[in-house]
Design a protein. Sequence first.
Length: 187
Amino acid sequence: MEGRILYFDKPGKANTEATLRAARRRAEELGIRQVVVASSHGYTAREAKAIFADLDVNLIAVSICAAFDDEGWTMTAQERAGLEALGIKVLTCLHSLGDDVSDAFTRSAPNRIVRETLYRFCQGMKVAVEVALMAADAGLLDMTQEAIAIAGTGEGADTAIVIKPAYARKFEQLEIREILAKPRSAG
C-alpha cells in the first residue's frame, strides 16, 4: 500500500483548509464516518463542517476544559451553541494526556511520557491523539470503526491522522494507522 502525507513548511492556522481537505479525501476513500477536531473557539470545527458538509459524518469538536479560562482558551456558551446549531457535537473535558492531578506531583507520570513522545512529531499529533481519546471516553465514537482526528499548533489545523480509537484506560489498544498531514517542524 502506498499513501500520501501532506507536509507543511510551517505549523499553524494557514494550513487548516489543506489539512481538512486531505482528511476529507481520506475519509471518502476509506468510508470513515467519524471525525474529531480540536477546536478552542469553534473556528476549526466550523471549517470542518463546511468541508465535510455533504458527507454523512459524525463531527465532534473537542474543546479545552474550564481550568484554562484564565488563559482565554475556553469556548464560550455562545460559541458552543453556534456549533451545536450546525449539528456539531461539542465535548469539553479534562485532557486525557495531561493537566490532571498527576501533573502537580511528578514530571514522569505515564501520561506525561506519552504526551512528550507525541510532541516529538508535532503539537498537533499530541492533540489529535488526545481529542480522539477524549471523544472515546465520552462515548461519542463507535469503537469498532476508524476515525479521523484533526488538530493543530495554536489556532486552526495542521495535523490529521487516521486512528483506531481506544479508551484512555486501554491506551495500548489505540493505533495511529495513517498520518495524513503534519508540519515538518515545530516552528
